[in-house]
Design a protein around this ligand. Structure first.
Ligand code: ATP
Ligand code: MG
Length: 158
């Protein structure tokens, strides 16, 4: 087969589920192929460590110590990975390829996806044309950003 290492960026949207379905359709019959399902947690969506120890009014999070903060980060990543694993388990449908669920923290979804493409030798990205965002339009900002920032082919699906 031509594509051996497919990335499906996953944000829990129906579009991303369609993308997984299509990726498994492409790679499913090939035991040597791999599909990685990746959720990126934008660090802006997490509590800011510079707020540690400042328990004043308006501080959204007061976290006692760095070890607690580390544990919080770990559990956020683990939960996202478990959510991705759940959708993988529901979608496998007898696929013979390897399927892995992953989650990373990054500055932005686009950056996290682009870094993953490079570091995991991805040769095709299959992603939703839209995601969880409420705005209507041709294509979401994450899809647009990924199209601009990776060198491998990107298949966008509805
Ligand atoms: P916007 O976020 O710009 O309001 P949107 O949510 O409709 O618009 P995108 O966020 O671009 O559209 O989502 C398009 C696809 O990008 C999703 O179907 C999914 O494949 C991927 N995606 C979006 N956010 C993430 C994320 N945090 N982690 C991994 N993949 C993501
Ligand atoms: Mg979005």
């Amino acid at each position: 087969m031509y594509f051996k290492n497919i990335l499906v960026p996953y944000d829990e949207s129906e579009h991303a589920k369609s993308a997984l379905h299509i990726a498994l359709g492409l790679a499913g019959p090939y035991p040597e192929a791999r599909v990685s399902v990746l959720t990126v947690i934008a660090s802006a969506a997490l509590p800011n460590p510079t707020l540690l120890g400042d328990g004043g009014i308006g501080t959204p999070y007061a976290i006692a110590d760095p070890a607690t903060y580390e544990r919080l980060m770990d559990s956020v990543v683990k939960n996202a990975r478990a959510d991705a694993q759940e959708i993988v388990d529901q979608s496998l449908d007898g696929a013979e390829c390897k399927v892995v669920a992953d989650a990373v923290i990054s500055n932005s979804p686009v950056e996290g996806i682009a870094e993953y493409v490079k570091s995991h030798d991805i040769d095709l990205v299959v992603m939703g044309r839209r995601g969880l965002g409420a705005l209507r339009g041709m294509i979401g900002s994450v899809s647009f950003g990924v199209l601009r920032s990776v060198d491998v082919p990107v298949l966008t699906v509805k």
